[in-house]
Design a protein around this ligand. Structure first.
Ligand code: CTP
Ligand code: CA
Length: 222
């Protein structure tokens, strides 16, 4: 049995967390972004550290302080995030909270200039799926958790995503209201056992609840 004191059940565990948006450059001065604030992911990282875990937080571009006890790696693009995640493995668990850009731009090497003609067309290329890659890796963490922000058919989409990406759990976030940048989340925890719907609560409470569940799940792991 592992010797983890009750108040630090994740002592001796390494947990990877991704958070925030990614920025995908169009040219040296422009990029495509999304509205992720990074707050839910940073809260998860902090809550895991508070339970004793060694946390590696791979963060996209956000303006947030690093939670106490968390080791942070800053990245800009999805490809950089994928690389940083691969380098941070192995881990006992991975929690992918980042709003990774689904596509990157075939970026120009120089600033794109108006030339008086047609507007430039952006060619988009699909980014690697970091969650699916980690879940299929030879050194796969014992517990792989994804987040899914959905505006409709929240649970159906999350159930399908869990299977498609081979995640153990998906935290499905109902964003039909206002959530990006907001204080609270309405989440459903989708596991192989079924779906647990949590009452609407603050992002810090979602983080604490999830961290405790992760501690419980890792209890039985060597
Ligand atoms: N994710 C990832 N890498 C990507 C895209 C998503 O790691 N390139 C992770 C997210 O961090 C999240 C989970 O996958 O944990 C679900 O992301 P989501 O955007 O909901 O899934 P997608 O497969 O991109 O589907 P959608 O078309 O709904 O955006
Ligand atoms: Ca996506």
């Amino acid at each position: 049995a592992r010797l983890a004191p009750a108040h630090r059940p994740l002592a001796g565990r390494h947990i990877l967390v991704t958070a925030g948006p990614t920025h995908e450059p169009i040219d040296p001065v422009r990029y495509i972004a999304n509205r992720s604030s990074g707050r839910q992911g940073f809260a998860v990282a902090g809550a895991l550290a508070a339970l004793g875990a060694r946390v590696t937080l791979i963060a996209g571009p956000v303006t947030l302080p690093t939670p106490p006890g968390v080791g942070r790696v800053d990245v800009e693009t999805a490809c950089q995030m994928a690389q940083a995640v691969a380098e941070a493995l192995p881990a006992d668990a991975a929690v992918m909270v980042a709003a990774v850009a689904d596509w990157r731009v075939e970026a120009a090497g120089q600033k794109v200039k108006k030339d008086g003609g047609a507007a430039p067309a952006l060619t988009l290329v699909e980014n690697p799926d970091i969650l699916a890659t980690v879940a299929a890796a030879p050194n796969r963490p014992a517990l792989v958790v994804g987040f899914a922000a959905e505006t409709e058919h929240v649970i159906d989409h999350a159930v399908a995503k869990r299977l498609r990406k081979r995640a153990d759990w998906i935290v499905a976030n109902d964003v039909s209201g206002d959530v990006f940048g907001g204080d609270a989340n309405s989440v459903h925890l989708v596991t192989a056992e079924g779906v647990e719907s949590w009452e609407r609560m603050g992002k810090d409470d979602v983080a604490r609840g999830l961290a405790q569940r992760i501690a419980d799940a890792l209890q039985g792991e060597p």
